[in-house]
Structure formats: structure tokens, C-alpha cells
Design a binder for this molecule. Structure first.
Ligand SMILES: [Zn+2]
Length: 272
């Protein structure tokens, strides 16, 4: 039987081995001579138990600590998702060593409460916290709205996104973010899907929405360019495994006139 799978992090960098054609996880970090500061069971992949580990020490021969973002599209997709779970569980543990209310050192919570830390003095409970974000593909007849944020890779355009604020529904976030970032109103906001996004601690909740009113007027602090594009004339897009790309590919599959377009469904890999 195959062994356990270890997602070993030093800071936000994960230990991986570069092999001939692929990048793979390492074995048990303690057996590799690393100091394990924290470990937690986080799930199962193909019958193998997965552990998150916070480690210290020098990378073993043939392996390297790599930024998790750089492993996006390099690691197997399910493995990448589990790595995202691992880094968030580790970050939660690091951030809640002490109680935020009374400052006492926390301990593990009840066995039945997965991923819980509890304050022995005041009883406060701490779970990993997710920050929900809305992401929306806005369309107008056969055109799709794509925008660039200054921090995007050069030349890349994507859909509009933003964090949910206290007291909002995700649909209200969609309408507000579109209004704030590009100055237009939308209608027919419909759920598309969701995707965990560990940079950091997000859950992307994706929607499509139809243009309702207004001309594009970008908010220069957040957006450096935005425009309406047809399915056969698109700029550089986000990577395949992002939910933004899944929405754009879905739009293209319904609007492209070119049967050989690379983004048509038979050539599209998307996660569900
Ligand atoms: Zn406390």
C-alpha cells in the first residue's frame, strides 16, 4: 500500500521533489531530517492519508521549497487543492497560538471539532477562517467584460472579483464590485460555481451577470484597463484551472464562431 502524502511547508513555501517529467510531494519530513513544528491530518487522496506539516530545516537533496503559486498548473490539480488546504490549516494554527480575546496560549479543541483551537481561560474557540470573494463574468449580448488589475501577469485580462463585506449577500457583492471597479450596473446575477483559493484563505464564489446600464468607467486604483471582447478576439486569459477561466471558456463555447478555437469545450479541462 502506498504511504501517506505530506504537504510540508516552511513559511508559505512547500517542499517538492523535481523528478524527470513531474514535480512530486516528498515523504514524511521527519524521516527526511526536518524539524516538524506542527502536523495535522487534512484528508485522503486516492486512499492515502494527507498531512499538513509546518517544518524547519534545510531542504533534503533533490528537493526544494517552492512558492505554492508557482506550483499552480504544475502539481496535479487535486494535489494542488489539497496543498491549498494544508497551507490554510498551517496558517490558522500559526495565527491562533494565543487567544485574541485574553492573550492566553490556546490548545487543541475537542476531537469532534475538526481544526479547532480553544482558549483554556475564556473558552474562545478558533477555527480556520475563510474569506468569501465574489467573481463575476459580465456579458452584454455576444461580448464579455474583461479587465486587468495592476498586479496581474503582464498582458493578462480576467473577470471582476472582490471580497464579500460584512452584512452583504454574495449577489450584492457582485453588483457593488462591478459598480465600483468599472462603473456599470448588472442584472440577472446567476450562480456558476465555486473554487477554494488559498491566496490567502479565500473561497471564490462565481457568478455570471448581464450588463444592465452604464458605460465603462474604470477605478484606476484597482483596474488599469477594461473592455468588451467577443469570443473570437480575446486577450491573454488566466490559467485553465482557475474558475475565472472556466467561466470565460463556458462563454466562448456558447459564442465562438470558430470551431477550432482552443477554448471550445472538447479541449477544455475544468474542475467541478
Ligand atoms: Zn481567552
Amino acid at each position: 500500500m502506498a504511504g501517506d502524502l505530506w504537504f510540508a511547508f516552511k513559511g508559505d513555501r512547500m517542499l517538492v521533489r523535481d523528478e524527470e517529467e513531474s514535480t512530486n510531494l516528498v515523504g514524511n519530513p521527519a524521516a527526511l531530517g526536518l524539524d516538524v513544528i506542527f502536523e495535522e491530518e487534512i484528508g485522503v487522496l486516492d486512499g492515502r492519508i494527507c498531512f499538513a506539516a509546518e517544518v524547519e530545516g534545510v531542504e533534503p537533496e533533490g528537493s526544494a521549497f517552492q512558492d505554492l503559486r508557482s506550483l499552480f498548473g504544475v502539481l496535479d490539480e487535486r494535489c494542488f487543492v489539497m496543498a491549498g488546504r494544508a497551507i490554510q490549516v498551517i496558517a490558522w494554527n500559526v495565527m491562533h497560538r494565543f487567544c485574541g480575546r485574553c492573550g492566553t496560549q490556546t490548545g487543541r479543541g475537542l476531537e469532534t471539532e475538526r481544526f479547532s483551537r480553544v482558549c483554556p481561560r475564556c473558552g474562545a474557540l478558533y477555527f480556520p477562517r475563510l474569506n468569501p470573494a465574489a467573481i463575476v463574468l459580465v456579458y452584454r449580448a455576444d461580448e464579455v467584460l474583461l479587465a486587468r488589475a495592476p498586479q496581474f501577469p503582464k498582458g493578462m485580462y480576467s473577470t471582476i472579483a472582490g471580497f464579500v463585506e460584512p452584512g452583504e449577500t454574495v449577489e450584492q457583492t457582485v453588483a457593488r464590485e462591478v459598480r465600483e471597479e468599472v462603473g456599470i450596473e448588472v442584472k440577472n446575477i446567476n450562480y456558476f460555481g465555486s473554487q477554494p483559493w488559498p491566496f490567502p484563505n479565500s473561497l471564490m464564489v462565481a457568478f455570471t451577470a448581464e450588463w444592465a446600464a452604464g458605460e465603462l468607467r474604470i477605478e484606476p486604483m484597482e483596474i488599469e484597463d477594461a473592455g468588451w471582447y467577443t469570443a473570437d478576439d480575446l486577450p491573454q486569459l488566466p490559467p485553465k484551472i482557475s474558475i475565472a477561466r472556466a467561466m470565460i471558456d463556458d462563454f466562448v463555447s456558447r459564442h465562438s464562431l470558430d470551431p477550432d478555437d482552443p477554448a471550445t469545450p472538447e479541449n477544455t479541462s475544468r474542475s467541478d
